[in-house]
Design a protein around this ligand. Structure first.
Ligand code: FSX
Ligand code: SF4
Ligand code: F3S
Length: 372
């Protein structure tokens, strides 16, 4: 058990021995028991059954750490902040055991030429093997952002060329995000605008859930390929449900009990936030299932309507905190009023038949009156 396991890797004609992920974990003081625990959590995160955790164990015991280059463009660094707060498994394990973070403006100890050289070396030595994580959108106009004297676009296209996969981490790199909001002064674009022939996984959210990133990387390590994606390029395992489908306030929606104002009795009771603008019915993300900060809570649980931060154009889809009568049919399979109708039966006929902000409000008020 204590014997070190190395993977032999050909590098420039030479054979090099590199530590496996498991061995790296041991050298960081992680016990076998903790390692197995970490693998079980990872297996659950990537959607494997409990009895399939051995696939993750086998991969971590035999594979070496994946080199990662993490580029930041037009962003607020919230994505990095979110990632380093990953709790399942602990970020230290993810960062130092599963991946080898070769370049990060926030986390690299080195800076200046030193770190620029390190990135060049990875592009050359690990061509086709490294993962490129991108945070932030890329401006069309080169004047807006350059790092180390290179325009953002140029740096991204160069790094994307030899990547095994690109992970667009956050809504800005996935869709354009806040920098691309009207009037989009920089001509901000998502990564897919510039590169189409490198496998790209979108992990939207402003910021995204840290454990989703961990899960995506664990999937690539375990299976040697990117996870199954939906029609927009998001990993299905994490974006297959709407917030509304798994929301802890859903029973109130179905019962027609809504918060009307943030300081009313409904708010105190934890009623549904639909009428104060919740975009859960049109937002695909794992917040309601995985929750944030190690499963502690998520916006809706803490009383704030979902603002749809993982959806395309979320900033321009506002205003937030106001209910819109129409739910865009392209983003939802079923109108939430109809969802409510199905669950509520005959009592909800009035809800569905009068699905406009004002009329729904009146009907709900009427219904409450009857209930009391
Ligand atoms: Fe964007 Fe990430 Fe929102 Fe911020 O960097 S997805 S503005 S949380 O940080 O890119
Ligand atoms: Fe939850 Fe929002 Fe749906 Fe209400 S509208 S059930 S608060 S997701
Ligand atoms: Fe964002 Fe909505 Fe989750 S606002 S963090 S997608 S609950």
């Amino acid at each position: 058990m204590g014997e070190k396991v190395f993977v032999v890797r050909a590098e420039g004609g030479r054979k090099m021995k590199r530590q496996t992920i498991y061995d790296t974990a041991l050298s960081q003081g992680v016990t076998r028991r903790d390692f197995l625990k970490m693998c079980s959590v990872l297996a659950a995160t990537i959607g494997l059954n409990y009895n399939e955790a051995d696939k993750v164990v086998a991969a971590m015991e035999t594979k070496t750490r994946v080199p990662v280059i993490w580029l930041q463009f037009q962003d607020c660094t919230g994505c990095s902040e979110s990632f380093i707060r990953s709790t399942h498994p602990k970020t230290e394990s993810v960062l130092f055991d599963m991946i080898s973070l070769e370049y990060s403006e926030v986390l690299s100890a080195a800076s200046g030429y030193q770190v620029e050289d390190a990135m060049e070396k990875v592009l050359k030595d690990y061509e086709g093997e490294y993962i490129l994580a991108v945070e932030g959108s890329i401006p069309k106009n080169n004047d807006f952002l350059s790092v180390a004297g290179h325009a953002a676009k140029e740096t991204f296209i160069k790094a994307a060329k030899g990547a095994k996969a690109i992970i667009a981490y956050g809504s800005c790199s996935s869709w354009g995000g806040i920098p691309a909001a009207y009037p989009n002064p920089t001509g901000a674009k998502p990564v897919t605008y510039y590169v189409k022939d490198t496998p790209t996984i979108l992990v939207p959210g402003c910021p995204p859930i840290a454990e989703v990133m961990t899960g995506v990387i664990a999937h690539i390590i375990t299976f040697g390929e990117i996870p199954e994606l939906d029609h927009s390029g998001r990993p299905k395992a994490f974006y297959r449900h709407r917030i509304h489908d798994k929301c802890n306030r859903r029973a109130y929606f179905d019962a027609g009990l809504f918060v009307e104002n943030f300081d009313d009795e409904g708010a105190k009771q934890g009623y549904c936030l639909y009428k104060v603008g919740c975009k859960g019915p049109t937002t695909y993300n794992s917040c309601a299932e995985m929750r944030w900060n190690g499963g502690v809570s998520y916006p809706i649980q803490s009383g704030n309507p979902c603002i749809g931060c993982s959806e395309n154009n979320f900033w321009d889809n506002g205003p937030f905190y106001e209910r819109r009568a129409e739910i865009p049919s392209t983003q939802t399979t079923i109108n939430p009023d109809v969802v409510g109708l199905a669950a509520l039966g005959a009592t909800a006929v009035g809800v569905a038949a009068h699905a406009t902000a004002t009329v729904v409000k009146k009907k709900m008020d009427d219904k409450r009156g009857e209930d009391q």
